[in-house]
Design a protein. Sequence first.
Length: 269
Amino acid sequence: MNTRNDAAQSNEAMTTTSSGTKQSRRQKVALVTGASRGIGASVARQLARAGVDVAINYRSKAPRADEVAQEVRSLGREAILVQADITNARENARMFEQIDDYWGWLDILILNASGGLEQDKAQDYAMQLNLVAQVDLATKAQALMRPGGRIVFVTSHLAHFHGQQAGLGAYDCVAESKRAGEDALRRMLPELEAKGIGLIVVSSDLIDGTITPKLLERQSRGIIQARRQAVGALPTVDEFAAAIVEGALDRDLVSGLTIFVGSTEPSQL
């Protein structure tokens, strides 16, 4: 039963999920893209600990996504798997239909999935993933998001400061596309704020244990160690995820704010 457009329903109204669970419409629901591993999986777990139900997006790693869903449920929250290659607009539409069918609303969209260093993709893949797909998701999500909702765009210092600070040659195409994605989302701020939806950007230094530094290390040996020597310990997956969750849940944060994790010194990037 979908009650989101029924003005006669109060915030205290109950709705029935497809699993038969009765839920208050005060319950917060989040969609986390790229949630089958790494940062996205940690965000899903931390949101669950904060009392948020989670739709776990994945592209192809269903068993890993299911493990994350089981962890969310073990923490007492609802979780569903929503498969979609986010560069496919039809799959994105289907993903939001699943969320609509299950909960009937959405409060938090975590734009975590990204990439562009893959060698088997089209030349414009980075832009399709980090720009076009992000705008498509933010646009489609608005139909389900309630006033007070929050979109969090996950990025890196190399992307956020692209064109202002020295970068890494191997990562430039990704940095350019993610900066373009951030800029496009910021242009949506008036539209989002008119609907009571906030946008927060969370940017980090290289993160220990994630795929991007590993791929960069293959192309530029010693880059991770050099960064550690320059700034000390790099942020961990869980530390970065905690900042993303803060961006999603802290009502005192002003829409358009950027949260920085790790060093941002120009001489160290």
